[in-house]
Design a protein around this ligand. Sequence first.
Ligand code: KDG
Ligand code: MG
Length: 404
Amino acid sequence: MKIVDAEVLVCRPGRNFVTLRLTTDDGLTGLGDATLNGRELAVVSYLRDHVAPLLTGRDPHRIEDTWQYLYRGAYWRRGPVTMAAVAAVDVALWDIKAKVAGLPLYQLLGGASRDRLLAYGHANGRDIPELFDSVRARLAEGYRAIRVQTGIPGLNAVYGVHPPGDAAARDPHQRARPLVEDWDTAAYLRHTPTVFEAVRNEFGAELPLLHDVHHRLTPIQAARLGRDLEPYRLFWLEDCTPAENQEALRLVRSATTTPLAVGEVFNSVHDYQGLITEQLIDYVRSAVTHFGGVTPLRKLLDLAALHQIKSAVHGPEDISPVGMAAALHLDLAVHNFGIQEFSGYSAATHDVFRHAFTFTDGYLHPGEEAGIGVELDDALAAGHPYERAYLPVNRLHDGTVHDW
Ligand code: KDG
Ligand code: MG
């Protein structure tokens, strides 16, 4: 069997997605997600100009060899553009292999370790009443674990807080020029524990609550926040410091028992090494899409399992249904599954990416179709052409650019 075609498809059913489709001489196809939010076309070029010419003629069954060939063979290793491109190839090859076997991908990864996958959704509000409404809406949708983000008095726009209304229109990730959010660490540190106190009082002690700091604190500030949140028993505190400085997590870890989740911007096991072997974190957040695919993420999760660290695969709206499906197959198979982020998709995205995975009563399942269980409808995708869109940027009150 040989790969005869490698197409890179870009569409925008509400937001931009990049998809790789590999076709074999037997007429089988495999899909991989290569979406890198705000920098999509860099990955398109990497795939079209540099990777696709290497794929035609290769045996699609040689997944590990193809991964090593693209990773080591490029000489220039790691980085989100490279690893998103390699991930798309890897997932498309797994999709093909599982279709040849006539099995859902999770069966090739060892079979199901559980029946269903706990998901968490996003609740947000500019103030506490609006946040409570949002939590109630997620509970009504079936979610059993919820990420909580709120506005901060005195700040206009902060991470994760969207005004109510149509999902595509309100999404701050989808602006033709970057939205400028503002930030005040002291105000955030004062306000956030009061938010969690209010949420616990309203929704009780048992609901798993998560919170994303989005890399905004210094180690000592993160240590303070972790301690102040201990009474509210968070499921986790995510990305409390800029993730590339592993030393920071050592200080935070020694100061608080609030569980820590890290890694959505990581793209290689080398970014994690000390964090895992020294057990400085509790959850790894890497996406299949940005970590080089199922092949390396499986290895990372096996290393994490040795240190009682669990999976929490990144799954915001900018991971396409193809990347989500790949994550769900891996989640179902690994023993150390923790939780899966899932914030849903626009109706147009569901139409363009017909998928077998399901969300029922707060749990996800990848479905039983052979492969990863996603097909892209080219005709519908053509009706949603690419438009440039940026993530926000973040500034302090004096105008200084801050971590986003
Ligand atoms: O592209 C950036 C988003 O994926 C990111 O802001 C989402 O932090 C995020 C999360 O935890 O889902
Ligand atoms: Mg995050």
